[in-house]
Design a protein around this ligand. Sequence first.
Ligand SMILES: Cc1cc2nc3c(=O)[nH]c(=O)nc-3n(C[C@H](O)[C@H](O)[C@H](O)COP(=O)(O)OP(=O)(O)OC[C@H]3O[C@@H](n4cnc5c(N)ncnc54)[C@H](O)[C@@H]3O)c2cc1C
Length: 431
Amino acid sequence: MALIRGALLLFFLHFLVSALAGIIPNFNQITPEDTILDINEAILPGILGDAQYDAIIVGGGPAGLSALSGLARVERTALLFDSGDYRNGPTRNLHDVIGNDGSVPGSSASPIAFSNSVPGTVPSVFRATARKQILEYYSKTAEIRYSTVVSIMKADNGAYFSVSDNLGKTFTAKKIILGTGMRDILPTTPGIEDAWGQGMFWCTWCDGFEHRDQPMGVLGPLRDVLDGVNVLRTLNQDVIAFTNGTWTPDEEAAALKENPKFFQHLEAYNVVIDNRSIVAIERLADGSMLYSPKEHKQFDRFRVHFAEGPIIERNAFITNFPVEQRSSLPAQMGLKMKGNKIETDINDMRTSLKGVWAAGDANSDGSTNVPHAMFSGKRAAVSLHMELAREESQASILKRGLQHSKRESKRQTMKRIGNELEELWDRTQVR
Ligand SMILES: Cc1cc2nc3c(=O)[nH]c(=O)nc-3n(C[C@H](O)[C@H](O)[C@H](O)COP(=O)(O)OP(=O)(O)OC[C@H]3O[C@@H](n4cnc5c(N)ncnc54)[C@H](O)[C@@H]3O)c2cc1C
């Protein structure tokens, strides 16, 4: 009987406290002390659990994969999206990525034409190896989906991000890393697309060494010729600049304004300028078939056709075509841009939007190559992990503070009620 009486009393007490809780001020509110923390109750669900992943990474190139590895190693859950559009997709081999030059598995060079000594890792093999290792080694935390992200929005009052793909699926994450890369805008001149990345390149470090000491073309507007020539200075001595009709009085004046000794520099290097309009570039030989394993040289050969006059032959070209963001996500998310790059803090790869980092070619830190993409992906992962760790720590203090506030309010309620409750209970029993 005493037991039942006690249980009923407890039930009644609980009912009364709950009812009073609604009318006692600050019971369910954050106290001023709690708000000293720089996060608030609104984002607690995002930080402490409601989002599916700690991070979503958009981009499966070296930037995104490096970020995935960096997050997985500290047991952050991360989902990476890869739409399969890689900047170095057209090229045969990776170069100047240590451990990947020379005799490595997966080369596209023909073992029939020469020997089985090969000129560098094929980019798709590089990515596939990275994916396999990451997914096997960090199987609990790293995931990859092969689809295109079409929107990234803040959800739940900004507590986390909601990410939708072109397959109609939606996922949530506390933070975002964009490694979405850049796209090269190639001229429509016949033959350029075929040559791109296979004898025609924009980055000397990528393919210059395999074409050293060969007849070289610099392809682009007059103003860019000197930079192209300077970057080749140690590799090629026989250089023709194909300016494709851009040598106009205005362009010449602009070039001289930038460098009054523009033409003297070119003369000193014996550079010939050919300003005829190019109508086509024809491939005569394919360097993936003609490769010297002894010298590490590839022997591409091209014929340049003009609107008029004789053709010219070259083994390779360096160019400076324009580039644009591969993805519309940075614009859609309203990220601040620097030129056509996502404005990014070089120290931690943060963008203008809190909770969003940018790595690789797409960001504004001024480098575009595989080692840079890996470096910036890693740096973004470290920064993201640390920010989340700080937020989690603050959130648990805030949560404990809230629980403490609730306990304290209940205690005070009980104190106010005091013995009157016992008496109230006894009176109900008498009736
Ligand atoms: C022809 C050529 C040859 C090169 N050779 C070399 C070389 O030898 N050595 C070197 O160091 N560098 C080389 N580079 C440069 C190198 O390719 C880039 O610097 C590097 O790929 C940048 O990596 P990234 O991860 O930023 O972008 P990318 O490798 O371009 O990857 C971008 C990723 O984002 C994905 N993506 C974009 N938007 C979305 C979306 N909405 N949803 C899902 N996924 C999305 C793409 O599918 C892709 O997975 C070369 C470049 C070119 C053009």
